[in-house]
Design a protein around this ligand. Structure first.
Ligand SMILES: [Zn+2]
Length: 216
């Protein structure tokens, strides 16, 4: 499937985004966080476009032809390819925050189990962990980092509404879990988004270990 680019987007710009997505996806896949073609990744290309993974591809073996251009309403631009089913959750981040440039969504075992365990609370409150400082804006383990857990649905507008409702309360949001599904997080560049994802995977794993040990 070929990708035609609008005249305003240089091929080198799009390729740089596609390569950064493929590199990140390869690393995340190697860690086992993208099983069975799940997960999706995107990068902002300009104020009105993003590059995103084409649906159904194995995330450990992505090349430039597995990444497509969309507008910030989730429509394919210059290609017949189908974007990920969850594209609306990526474009929501880009529309809401003009400085956010990378969105990562994975389905690791730790993320999936934590989402089930904390779904009834609707939120995971992380407190006392040094690694909370890996999240931009957090400077001490004494802060509280809240990660909401939203109910899963195959109807993306419902999830978009849940995320908007959280944001409309004015509470910070750096990531969210979807029950039985996985995590979304983002950053001002791919490195920041990856740092957030790695920190959250670690922190969720610690919370699960604590629950397990306290119960035994
Ligand atoms: Zn997913």
């Amino acid at each position: 499937m070929s990708q035609d680019l609008p005249a305003t987007i240089a091929a080198a710009t799009f390729h740089a985004c596609a390569d950064a997505i493929a590199d990140a996806a390869r690393e995340l896949s190697a860690m086992g966080w993208t099983p069975a073609t799940s997960s999706n990744f995107s990068m902002r290309v300009d104020a009105e476009h993003a590059a995103i993974t084409i649906s159904g591809r194995h995330k450990g073996r992505l090349g430039r032809s597995d990444i497509m251009l969309i507008d910030l309403h989730g429509n394919a631009v210059g290609t017949d390819a189908r974007p990920s089913a969850e594209t609306a959750l990526h474009t929501q981040i880009y529309r809401r925050w003009p400085d956010m440039c990378a969105v990562l969504h994975t389905h690791s075992r730790t993320q999936s189990v934590a989402s089930r365990l904390f779904a009834s609370d609707g939120v995971i409150r992380l407190q006392g962990w040094e690694l909370q400082k890996a999240i931009t804006g957090y400077h001490t383990h004494e802060s509280t980092l809240e990660i909401p857990v939203f109910p899963n649905t195959q109807h993306m507008p419902e999830l978009v509404t849940q995320v908007d409702a959280w944001l409309d309360t004015g509470k910070p949001l750096h990531a969210y879990l979807i029950d039985g599904h996985g995590i979304y997080t983002w950053g001002r560049d791919m490195a920041e988004a990856q740092r957030h994802l790695e920190a959250l995977e670690f922190l969720l794993g610690c919370e699960l270990d604590l629950k397990r040990l306290r119960a035994s």
